[in-house]
Write a protein that binds this ligand. Structure first.
Ligand code: ZN
Ligand code: MN
Length: 459
């Protein structure tokens, strides 16, 4: 067995109103190129950067949420390189001392170490037009947070779970726009005993997993055919072809010739600032997991799934005003995922969030059966169904009328002599079969408890 080792460097955009070192507004999709720029973000000589305090506050929250140690002094450095995406020939970033270090994030029972978290500016975007490369400086100077993990993932699955949880935390902290924000990652991948490849600049959650899977297979083939990866290398990800491509022999971080940025004076991160950030933290997934178990006696697996999904947690907490917690957790965790998986849809694309509470209330108050509830959920994946009206119009209310149910039960028993015989010989399965037949005959609307009472009596 080849042992896989993966480390991630994740870049996420922070949703501040202005850029990191200048007063330019954050560009939006559809903005004309080079219209959200100023002397500072296109690096004109003599222009002086001024640090965006909001970006620092946001990064501080994230560092605390990921249990990092916070530096006392915030310093910035220049990462020197020549490429048209940085007009100054350097990217302003943090190198020597990052904002946060030595943190961690749990994925299930495994703790993934966070090496460092720092703030830096986004470079400009390069636009390829035939043989021409155009530069759009709108993106230049957007605030980014870079999160570097220890190489502790042993599979792309773990890396995906980590990213999912990281995005959930960013969502809870409200420092990242889940719909418009961008997640990019560089991934270090190696097979134990061989050198590693770094895949640069993979954009998006799903692409990161795809790229990792591809690269692992590639390295395994190398081991089978030759002797595995012998030199470190930097590779790119071609999302269209679904392959990684060799770019260059890997350079080391120190090759970038970092020097301290003399335009940005060091800033003290005082105890007051850190305490304030701590107090502003919302309840985070890990705390929710503990509270859900304690307060609502949820099983740990249910608590984990709910707390680590921003929308599911919101649905769950919202439903508690009217729904019994165990029942809400069970339906939100299992039924919602079941219907979404089955129809291959995302929760945001469905109408479940809008109507779930109504469906749960109807079941809880015995207005409809669970089966009817399940059918409603399936409909809500794609249709904006007005639940109560729909139930009424389609005659889906739970049937608890004794004489009617007794009639249905008698009919079922009359045509299932064999099952009755088996039941009397002690086969529980046959009893369940009979219940199933009654439910079917009532189109899933019979009150299950009544059905049991009547069947037991008749049998
Ligand atoms: Zn600017
Ligand atoms: Mn970076």
């Amino acid at each position: 067995m080849h042992e896989v080792i993966i480390g991630l460097e994740v870049h996420c955009s922070l949703n501040t109103k202005t850029k990191l070192f200048c007063p330019c507004a954050i560009p939006e999709e559809g903005d004309e190129a080079n219209t959200k720029t100023c002397n500072i973000c296109v690096g004109f000589p003599g222009s002086k950067p001024a640090l965006n305090k909001k970006a620092v506050a946001y990064a501080l929250k994230l560092a605390l949420a990921l249990n990092c140690k916070i530096t006392k002094e915030l310093i910035f450095s220049r990462k020197s390189y020549f490429y048209p995406d940085v007009a100054k020939n350097y990217q302003t970033t943090q190198y020597e001392i990052p904002l946060g270090s030595k943190g961690n994030l749990n994925i299930g029972s495994k703790k993934i170490g966070i090496t460092r978290i720092h703030i830096e500016e986004d470079p400009a975007a390069l636009v390829h037009q035939g043989s021409l490369v155009l530069v759009d400086y709108n993106r230049s100077g957007k605030p980014l947070c870079e999160i570097v993990t220890e190489p502790e993932f042993t599979s792309p699955d773990e890396a995906r779970e980590f990213l999912k949880r990281l995005i959930t935390i960013l969502h809870y902290l409200e420092i990242f726009d889940v719909n418009k924000g961008v997640i990019k990652a560089d991934a270090n991948i190696s097979i134990k005993g061989y050198e590693r490849a770094e895949i640069k600049n993979i954009t998006g959650f799903k692409e990161i997993e795809r790229a990792l899977n591809y690269e692992i297979e590639r390295q395994k083939v190398l081991i089978r055919e030759h002797q595995g990866l012998k030199h470190r290398e930097t590779r790119g990800w071609d999302a269209e072809k679904g392959i990684t491509l060799f770019q260059r022999r890997k350079e080391e971080e120190q090759d970038y010739g970092y020097i301290l940025d003399t335009d940005l004076v060091p800033i003290d991160l005082t105890k007051e600032m850190i305490d304030e950030a701590k107090h502003s933290l919302p309840e985070l997934p890990q705390e929710k997991v503990v509270r859900y178990q304690k307060e609502y006696t949820l099983k740990i697996e249910d608590a984990e799934v709910l707390a680590n999904d921003f929308i599911l947690a919101k649905l769950f907490e919202h439903s508690l005003s009217k729904i019994e917690p165990g029942f809400a957790a069970e339906w939100i965790r299992r039924e919602v995922s079941r219907v979404l998986n089955y129809k291959k849809k995302e929760l945001e694309e469905s109408f479940i969030e809008k109507h779930l509470l109504e469906v749960l209330e109807l079941i809880q108050n015995k207005k409809i059966t669970r089966q009817t509830g399940q059918r409603l959920m399936e409909l809500l994946v794609q249709e904006d169904v007005p639940v109560k009206e729909y139930v009424h119009k389609n005659n889906l209310e739970l049937i608890s009328d004794d004489s009617f149910l007794e009639g249905v039960c008698k009919n079922v028993l009359a045509s299932n002599a064999k099952a009755i015989e088996e039941y009397k010989r002690g086969e529980e399965k046959s009893y369940n079969f009979l219940v199933g037949q009654v439910m079917r005959a009532s189109k899933g609307k019979a009150d299950p408890q009544k059905v049991h009472e009547i069947l037991k009596k008749l049998l």
